[in-house]
Design a protein around this ligand. Structure first.
Ligand code: GLC
Length: 552
C-alpha cells in the first residue's frame, strides 16, 4: 500500500496541507456505458482532464448501493459499489488509474445514519429483541431529546419517525428514511472501523466523514458535539493511525470555528475539517464591498494543531448553507443572492458559483483567488472551473448536480444515451447550456475560465505558504481592500484584493518588509521596492494581485 505513487511530495504524511481538492459525483461526470448515468469507466476516461487542471486529490461523493433518496447519502450497503456506477473491479481500476497519475482519492464515509433499506435497519425493525435492534436509536415516545433542532427544515417535522413494523419511534437527524446509527453500541463502532478498513485496504487515501457532530444523543443537550461523540472519533483515528498512517480524515461539521476546533483534538481526531463560516462571508464581503466579514471570521478562528488543516470551499453539492451566519446576515444573503424564493432551500441557497455571481468573470476570478490564497486547502466543485450553471427547478439540491458539460454535441459529451435517459437533464439554456459552456470550447479559447483556473492552480502550486503559511491581515484605511501576508519559513506572499466594483487605491503599511521587492506571480514582473512610506497600489474593479516577496 505504501509503495504507490503519490502527488506532491511522495510519502509526505502532511500531503493534504498542500493539496487542491476536486469534489465530483461519479453519476454526473461521464457515462462510460451509455445508460444515462455516469460511472467509474467514464470517470477513468476523464482523469487526464483532472490532471491537466492541476488538482491533487479527488473527493468522490457516495458511490455505494442506495435507493438514492438523498443522492447516495442513504447507504444500503457499505461494502460495494452502486451497480450503475460499475463493479468493484471498475472502482479498483479507477483508483489505480488515479494513483498512476499522482492523483489521490478520498471517498465518503457516512457514519451517522444508513438508509432505511439497509439490511441492518431491516433486521433491527423486525422485533425489539433482534440482535440488530440496538444498532439504531429507538423510543416508545417521540418526546425524548426535545429541543434538538431539525436540519432538513423544508421536509422534516421531527427528528423521530414512527416505525409501523416494530411499533416504535426511531431517531434521525436528516431525512426520515435515514435512521441514525447508535454509536453508544460498541458493535456499531467496530463495524464502522471494518468499513473503513475495507476501503483503506483497497487503497483510498482517506475519507470525508459526513455529519460528524450528531453521532451520540444525550437527554437535556442539543445532541451535537457531545464529548462522547469525540470519544468515537478518537477511537476511529487511533485505529487509522496504527494501521494506515498517511491516510486522511476530513470532518464535515457545519459549526462555528470554536465548535469545530475540538474535532482536531490534540491532533488525535481529524486531520482536516471544513471551515463552513468562511464560505458565506466571501460572498458577503464581495456584495458589501467590505473586508470586515472575512477578517472577523478568520481572526476569531482558533489555532489548530500543527498536523491539521482547514478545508475551504466556495460551493459544493449541497445548498450554499447559511446556518453559520446571523439572522440579519441571512436576510442579506437571501436578498442579494436568492431574491427568487425557488433558489432557497432549508437554510441556504441552491445555486452554483457562476450564476450566483451573475456570470461576472471578474467576480468569479476574485472569489477563486480568495479560495486559493486564504488559509486552508481549497476544494473545487466539479463544473465550476468552466462556470457551469444550475437548474433550481429540479427539486432538492439536484439543480447543482447536473451532468458535466464536456462539449457542445450530443448530451454535452456526457453520455451517448438518449437525452430522456439521462439521470437528470443537462443545463441547456442559452447562457449556461452545454452548447455555450463546455470543456472543449474552453480548451480552444486561450482566455477561457478553464485556462485561467489551470493557470492560477499552477501558480498556487509554486508557493507552499498558501497551504502551510500563517496569515496576517494588513488593514489599509480603504476597507474595500482586503490585503494579507501569507508566510511559511522563508517565503512571504502578499495578497491584495479589491472587493469593489469600482477602481480603488490602497496604502499598505509594509514597513517591516522594507527592502523587499514584490514580484507579481502571474507575470513575474517586479513591482517597486517596499520602502518606509505606505505602499500604494491602485486596483481595477474586482482586481487582485499575488506577490512573492524577494529580498536581494
Ligand atoms: C451531509 C451531505 C448532504 C446529505 C446529508 C445527510 O450534510 O453533505 O448532502 O444530504 O449529509 O446525509
Amino acid at each position: 500500500m505504501n509503495g504507490r505513487t503519490s502527488p506532491g511530495s511522495p510519502g509526505d504524511p502532511l500531503w493534504y496541507k498542500d493539496a487542491i481538492f476536486y469534489e465530483l459525483h461519479v453519476k454526473a461526470f461521464r457515462d462510460g456505458n451509455g445508460d444515462g448515468m455516469g460511472d467509474f469507466k467514464g470517470l477513468v476516461s476523464r482523469l487526464d482532464y483532472l490532471k491537466e487542471l492541476g488538482v491533487d486529490c479527488l473527493w468522490i461523493l457516495p458511490m455505494y448501493p442506495s435507493p438514492f433518496r438523498d443522492d447516495g447519502y442513504d447507504i444500503a450497503d457499505y461494502y460495494s459499489i452502486h451497480p450503475q456506477y460499475g463493479t468493484m473491479d471498475d472502482f479498483r481500476e479507477f483508483l489505480d488509474a488515479a494513483h498512476e497519475r499522482g492523483l489521490r482519492v478520498i471517498t465518503e464515509l457516512v457514519v451517522n445514519h444508513t438508509s432505511d433499506q439497509h439490511p441492518w435497519f431491516q433486521e433491527a425493525r423486525q422485533s425489539t429483541d433482534n440482535p440488530r435492534r440496538d444498532w439504531y436509536v429507538w423510543s416508545d415516545t417521540d418526546d425524548r431529546y426535545r429541543g434538538v433542532r431539525i436540519i432538513f427544515l423544508d421536509t422534516e417535522m421531527s427528528n423521530w419517525s414512527w416505525d409501523p413494523v416494530s411499533k416504535a419511534y426511531y431517531w434521525h437527524r436528516f431525512f426520515s428514511h435515514q435512521p441514525d446509527l447508535n454509536f453508544d453500541n460498541p458493535a456499531v463502532r467496530e463495524e464502522m472501523w471494518n468499513v473503513m478498513r475495507f476501503w483503506l485496504d483497497m487503497g483510498v487515501d482517506g475519507f470525508r466523514v459526513d455529519a460528524v457532530p450528531y453521532l451520540i444523543e444525550r437527554e437535556g443537550t442539543s445532541c451535537e458535539n457531545l464529548p462522547e461523540t469525540h470519544d468515537v472519533l478518537r477511537f476511529l483515528r487511533e485505529r487509522l493511525e496504527t494501521h494506515y498512517p498517511g491516510r486522511m480524515l476530513l470532518a464535515e461539521a457545519n459549526m462555528w470555528p470554536e465548535d469545530v476546533r475540538p474535532y482536531f483534538g490534540e491532533g488525535d481526531e481529524f486531520h482536516m475539517a471544513f471551515h463552513f463560516p468562511i464560505m458565506p462571508r466571501m460572498f458577503m464581503a464581495l456584495r458589501l464591498e467590505d473586508r470586515k466579514p472575512l477578517v472577523e471570521i478568520i481572526e476569531r478562528t482558533p489555532e489548530i494543531p500543527a498536523g491539521c488543516q482547514w478545508g475551504i470551499f466556495l460551493r459544493n453539492h449541497d445548498e450554499l448553507t447559511l446556518e453559520m451566519v446571523t439572522d440579519e446576515e441571512r436576510d442579506y444573503m437571501y436578498q442579494e443572492y436568492a431574491r427568487d424564493r425557488v433558489a432557497r432551500i432549508n437554510l441556504g441557497i441552491r445555486r452554483r458559483l457562476a450564476p450566483l455571481l451573475e456570470g461576472d468573470r471578474r467576480k468569479i476570478e476574485l472569489l477563486n483567488g480568495l479560495l486559493l490564497s486564504l488559509p486552508g486547502s481549497p476544494f473545487l466543485y466539479y463544473g465550476d472551473e468552466i462556470g457551469m450553471g444550475d437548474n433550481v427547478y429540479l427539486g432538492d439540491r439536484n439543480g447543482v448536480r447536473t451532468p458535466m458539460q464536456w462539449n457542445g454535441g450530443w448530451n454535452g459529451g456526457f453520455s451517448d444515451a438518449d437525452p430522456e435517459q439521462i439521470y437528470q437533464p443537462l443545463i441547456s439554456n442559452p447562457v449556461y447550456g452545454y452548447q455555450a459552456v463546455n470543456v472543449d470550447s474552453q480548451r480552444r479559447t486561450p482566455h477561457s475560465l478553464l485556462h485561467w483556473m489551470r493557470r492560477i492552480i499552477q501558480i498556487r502550486q509554486t508557493a507552499r505558504a498558501f497551504g502551510r503559511g500563517d496569515i496576517r491581515f494588513l488593514k489599509p484605511a480603504n476597507h474595500r481592500i482586503l490585503a494579507y501576508l501569507r508566510t511559511y519559513e522563508k517565503e512571504t506572499i502578499l495578497v491584495v484584493n479589491n472587493l469593489a466594483g469600482t477602481a480603488q487605491a490602497g496604502e499598505l503599511d509594509l514597513k517591516d518588509l522594507e527592502g523587499a521587492i514584490p514580484i507579481e506571480m502571474f507575470g513575474g514582473s517586479p513591482f517597486p521596492r517596499i520602502g518606509e512610506l505606505p505602499y500604494l497600489l491602485t486596483m481595477a474593479p474586482y482586481q487582485f494581485h499575488w506577490f512573492k516577496l524577494r529580498w536581494l
